[in-house]
Design a binder for this molecule. Structure first.
Ligand SMILES: O=C[C@H](O)COP(=O)(O)O
Length: 254
C-alpha cells in the first residue's frame, strides 16, 4: 500500500447515541495510528454527534441527495451533511443501487452535488455473484464506474476514493481471492488513469469492501492496488474496527 491507507467504517442503519462511546474509542486510538487515515460514516442522525467527538477521525455520510434543496421529503442534501460536520459521502453503495434503484447516472449526479458542497467522495462499485460466475465482473465494474464517476475535477487524487465491493461478499463472510481483488483493482486503476490522468488517477485510493474482519484484514489489504477498506459489520465495535486499522498500520511498517 504505497498511498496512506484509508479505513472507513460504514455503520449502515445501525447506531443510536449509545454508540458514541465506540466512536470515541476509535478516535482516541486513531490518534496513535497516524499512518492510517480512519473515518466513520454513521447514520445521518449521528453525523453531528460523531463530528463533535472526533479529534482525529473523519466523519462522513452514507448517501446524499442529488438536489440542492426544495420539496424532497425525507431527502438530505450534500450541503446539509457538510453543515452537520461530514467531510465525505459514500455514494452508489450496492444497498442503495439494489434497494433503492439508484442508477449510475443518479450516482454521478449525487457526486456532482457532493463536490459542489465541498465534500470528498467514496464511489462504490461491485458485481453480483451471477456476473462473477459468468466471468464478466471486471467489464461490469468498469462500465458501472464509467457511468458513476464525475467528470475530471480539481483535486481528484485527494477528494476521490473508489470502493470495490462484490455484492456477494457483503455481510456473508465470503471474500474473493487476493488475486481476484488485485485484478479488479488494477482494472479500476486503469480506468481512473484513463479518465483523470496518470498523476491524479494514480493517487485515488481504491478500497476493498466485503466481509473485512480483523483476522483477514492483513491479507486483503496486502493485495496489489488495495488502498484501504470499507468496513460494514466489523466497524460496529471499536475492538473489531481497530483490529482492522492496526492491520493496515502493520502493513505500512512491513
Ligand atoms: O460498506 C460496507 C460494506 O458493504 C461491507 O459490509 P461488511 O463488512 O458487513 O461485509
Amino acid at each position: 500500500m504505497a498511498l496512506r491507507p484509508f479505513i472507513v467504517g460504514n455503520w449502515k442503519m445501525n447506531g443510536t447515541r449509545a454508540m458514541l462511546a465506540e466512536a470515541r474509542a476509535i478516535d482516541r486510538s486513531a490518534q496513535r495510528l497516524m499512518k492510517v487515515e480512519v473515518a466513520l460514516a454513521p447514520p445521518y442522525t449521528l453525523i453531528h454527534a460523531v463530528h463533535k467527538e472526533a479529534e482525529q477521525i473523519g466523519v462522513g455520510a452514507q448517501d446524499c441527495s442529488a438536489e440542492s434543496d426544495g420539496a424532497f421529503t425525507g431527502d438530505v442534501s450534500a450541503a446539509m451533511i457538510a453543515d452537520a460536520g461530514a467531510k465525505f459521502v459514500i455514494l452508489g453503495h450496492s444497498e442503495r443501487r439494489q434497494g433503492h434503484g439508484e442508477s449510475d447516472a443518479l450516482v454521478r449526479a449525487k457526486a456532482d452535488a457532493a463536490l459542489e458542497a465541498g465534500l470528498k467522495l467514496i464511489v462504490c462499485c461491485g458485481e453480483t455473484e451471477a456476473t462473477r460466475d459468468a466471468s464478466g465482473a471486471e467489464a461490469f465494474v468498469v462500465r458501472q464506474l464509467e457511468g458513476s464517476l464525475p467528470e475530471p475535477f480539481e483535486g481528484v487524487g485527494e477528494r476521490l476514493s473508489v470502493a470495490y465491493e462484490p455484492i456477494w461478499a457483503i455481510g456473508t463472510g465470503r471474500t474473493p481471492t487476493v488475486d481476484d481483488i488485485a485484478a479488479m483493482h488494477r482494472a479500476i486503476r486503469a480506468l481512473l488513469v484513463e479518465r483523470y490522468g496518470e498523476e491524479e488517477g494514480g493517487a485515488v485510493r481504491i478500497l476493498y469492501g466485503g466481509s473485512v474482519k480483523p483476522d483477514n484484514a492483513r491479507e486483503l489489504l496486502g493485495a496489489d492496488e488495495v488502498g484501504g477498506a470499507l468496513v460494514g459489520g466489523a466497524s460496529l465495535t471499536a475492538e473489531s474496527f481497530l483490529g482492522i486499522v492496526m492491520a493496515a498500520a502493520d502493513l505500512q511498517d512491513a
